[in-house]
Design a protein around this ligand. Structure first.
Ligand code: CUA
Length: 320
């Protein structure tokens, strides 16, 4: 492709050019080539690494959605950059001493450009609206908390319930199908649909298991359900993502997705090992009312037992 430098020759200055290049079509051609090449590069090189990865169904769907949005956005960005770069290169002021560039005829409007602009932007915005709405509806268990009665539920035959109990300032996990034991560590089996039941004992927290692409608010007295299906073993980072007090920044822990066999061994062993503690806990429920006297698990811990690892939620106050 030959590039017209756009610098007017002495001939062009004296008599207007008959052979002015079709700038618009040149820009369209450059844009089309760059858009296709960069979209393909993004799709194949970046797409598989887009956060949050593909450890669960929800994570994969998030990754696909982000990739699709980027594939649409990239050509728009390239369109702006190509126009800018083309203008700078082709219509720049000539080198020192050369005659000033001459402006073209006055252009008041261009129906094609106007209609094209309105149609293109309308199609993109309405398309994204439809895409976003459909993605929210069809992906049952999209990773966000759907409240106590989710409208879209997974189709899996078996779903493992895991309760996430947030409090200032830690997460604990309760396994109702294994005797209701509590764990400081989140362990879940691979290849399994998990129903996270997220609740809080005090203020509003937010359970954000990054690699699982699960993010659900933890509200006191609310059982907020979020579904996903695990697809890979690996480690998981859990963070609180709602400002919840002084040690909000320290409210995180780690978990893991392990094989079904390893999970069953762990769950049964932990159920046995913690049986004595489990007896002290209130019976399993979807929400809990914190201890009104403020000791262990109360709204305002009174440091009676600051090092306890097994808080006693809703325990009857000791007789004095
Ligand atoms: Cu809990 Cu922030």
């Amino acid at each position: 492709m030959t590039i017209d430098t756009g610098q007017p020759t002495s001939q062009e200055v004296t008599e207007p050019a008959q052979e002015e290049p079709r700038h618009i079509w040149r820009m369209v051609a450059i844009w089309a080539v760059l858009a296709v090449v960069l979209d393909l590069l993004f799709y194949f090189l970046v797409g598989p690494h887009v956060p949050p990865g593909d450890m669960t169904s929800a994570a994969s769907e998030n990754q696909d959605d982000f990739t699709i949005l980027f594939l649409i956005a990239l050509p728009v960005m390239i369109g702006v950059w190509v126009y800018m770069a083309y203008s700078i290169v082709i219509w720049r002021a000539s080198r020192k001493g050369a005659p000033e560039p001459v402006g073209g005829p006055q252009a008041r409007s261009n129906l094609g450009v106007q209609v094209g602009w309105i149609v293109t932007t309308t199609v993109i915005v309405l398309g994204l609206f439809v895409f976003g709405t459909v993605e929210l509806v069809v992906n049952a268990g999209s990773g966000g908390g759907e409240g106590p009665n989710p409208i879209w539920t997974p189709t899996s035959a078996s779903v493992l319930p895991v309760q996430v109990i947030a409090q200032q300032w830690k997460f604990t996990y309760r396994y109702p199908t294994f005797g209701g034991f509590e764990s400081q560590q989140l362990v879940i089996p691979n290849g399994t649909t998990i129903a996270f039941h997220v609740t809080s004992l005090d203020v509003t927290h937010d359970f954000w298991a990054y690699q699982l692409s699960i993010k659900a608010d933890a509200n006191p007295q609310i059982d907020n359900v979020a579904y996903t299906t695990t697809r890979q073993a690996g480690s998981v980072t859990v963070r609180c993502d709602e400002l919840c007090g002084l040690w909000h920044g320290a409210m995180f822990n780690y978990g893991s997705v392990v094989s079904k066999t390893a999970f069953n061994i762990w769950a049964k062993a932990t159920e046995r090992a913690t049986a004595a503690n489990t007896k002290l806990l209130p019976p399993f429920a979807w929400t809990y009312v914190p201890d009104a006297n403020g000791a262990d698990g109360g709204y305002y811990p009174d440091n009676v037992d600051p090092y306890s690892n097994s808080e006693v939620y809703g325990a009857t106050p000791a007789k004095s």
